[in-house]
Write a protein that binds this ligand. Structure first.
Ligand SMILES: Cc1ncc(COP(=O)(O)O)c(C=O)c1O
Ligand SMILES: N[C@@H](CCCC[NH3+])C(=O)O
Length: 432
């Protein structure tokens, strides 16, 4: 498949100017490797398109896709803002020295402690998800004798074309206030009576891994119908319109993503159209891409171990990771592509299925992929694992978490250490 990585004269897969076989040797496997130049390129595709069109904007990297100190630092270097969903993601951002005023907090069940931490650090804004949160946050800001900028998260009733579990903009969703049943308007009224919470605007995220712009356009139409009513009936002026993330990337040949610039252009065009239609001042636009910033910049290197051939059925090739470092195939039936790191362009003579090593039949990374002849100890490189791979990693079967390496301009740097067994047992206490 088309992937953004180079292949050297020996046929080895390269990332950021370094041979992936050297990386596997140096750091061990499973190993997440990020091409930092690619992360920067993706970030700039968003940021520069807003700039070119002279639109006031914030591009908030959705850190749930991959949160680490080094990643938050790259986001800062690229002038991104940061979307966090938990105290843990906020703590990571703060440890990384990320500017607090550019941090936005999400979550459908933000705890008192999470909200307190966000208020204490005076982060840029909190995206309010439900009525309970309005009460709780108001109580906290009053106790702390301060104020907070907020957005209201609304669900516009859009059925974007994606997996049900990553669909978020529909009416029957655990996230946000519904626009059509009047709850969003009720939230607006409530916030108008809550002077310590400064309502800056609205937020909407229709889902993830979306390849078309129509869903976003329909959402913007619905948002502006509401904003027009709110202008007329509630005298509300929207300073910030946050349109969420969800821009699709290529995992396999089947995926045909749009250039990232096209999403931004489509959003701006539609907002322009709607602001003219309703004579509403053009708001600052915020977006929250996660996957599209880090997804295709990351690969996972595995070492191949056992092989099992069932004549006339299939050949299973097992790797030293699986659903512990990439839950997406098991969770969403997600598809991936891979190559042998030592022989990227070799003749693909074998059809095999790549199994993880967890005690779970569903722990399969790739079904029916064509690869050159494989031998034990070969290194397999799986593409597009940069988003929701490490961040969704788990300890099933007590496999320690993999390491993460950043590579840029021919220099590799360990940014998350491989977990040791001691690390994993750190919180275990005995019961003798
Ligand atoms: C509110 C919100 N913003 C941003 C994102 C990031 O989405 P993606 O990684 O698809 O860009 C998500 C995840 O779907 C989300 O729920
Ligand atoms: N974790 C999901 C996406 C959910 C994004 C957050 N709302 C994925 O891997 O595709």
């Amino acid at each position: 498949m088309k992937h953004p990585f180079k292949v050297n004269d020996e046929g080895h897969l390269m990332v950021g100017g370094i041979d992936t076989l050297e990386l596997a040797e140096k750091y061990g496997t499973p190993l997440f490797v990020y091409d930092v130049e690619r992360i920067r390129k993706n970030a700039r595709a968003f940021v520069d398109t807003f700039k070119k069109r002279n639109i006031r904007a914030q591009v908030a990297y959705a850190s749930k896709a991959f949160s680490s100190i080094a990643m938050a630092q790259v986001a800062k270097q690229e002038n991104l803002s940061l979307d966090v969903v938990s105290q843990g993601e906020l703590y990571t951002a703060i440890k990384a020295g990320f500017p607090v005023e550019r941090i936005h907090m999400h979550g459908n069940n933000k705890s008192r402690e999470e909200l307190k931490m966000a208020v204490k650090y005076q982060i840029g804004c909190i995206v309010i998800d439900n009525f309970y949160e309005i009460e709780l946050l108001n109580e906290i800001v009053n106790e702390m004798n301060t104020t907070m900028n907020v957005l209201i998260r609304v669900t516009p009733g859009i059925e974007a074309h994606t997996h049900d579990y990553i669909l978020t903009g529909n009416e029957d969703s655990k996230f946000g206030f519904d626009l059509t049943n009047g709850q969003a308007t009720q939230a607006l009224k409530k916030l108008k009576e809550t002077p310590s919470l400064h309502l800056k605007g609205i937020h909407c995220h229709i889902g993830s891994q979306i390849f078309e712009t129509d869903g976003f356009i329909m959402a913007i139409e619905k948002l502006f119908t509401a904003l027009n009513t709110w202008k007329e009936e509630e005298d509300f002026e929207c300073e910030v319109l946050n349109l969420g993330g969800g821009f699709g990337i290529r995992y396999t040949e089947e995926d045909q993503p749009l250039p990232l610039e096209n999403y931004v252009d489509a959003l701006i065009d539609e907002v322009e159209k709607q602001t003219k239609k309703y004579h509403i001042p053009f708001p600052e636009i915020w977006i929250e891409p996660g996957r599209s910033i880090v997804g295709d910049a990351g690969i996972t290197l595995y070492t191949i171990g056992s092989m099992k051939e069932i004549p006339g059925v299939r050949k299973y090739i097992s790797v030293d990771g699986g659903m512990t470092d990439n839950l997406r195939p098991a969770l969403y039936d997600a598809k991936y592509d891979a190559v042998l790191a030592a022989n990227v362009n070799g003749n693909k003579e074998e059809e095999v299925s790549i199994a993880g090593k967890c005690c779970e039949s569903g722990d399969m990374l790739i079904w029916d992929i064509h690869l050159p002849k494989i031998r034990p100890d070969d290194v397999l490189a799986v593409f597009s694992t940069g988003a929701y791979g490490y961040s969704m990693a788990n300890h099933y079967n007590r496999f320690p978490k993999a390491a993460v390496v950043f590579v840029e301009n021919g220099v590799d740097k360990l940014v998350v250490k491989r977990e040791s067994f001691e690390d994993m047992l750190d919180n275990d206490l005995s019961y003798n």
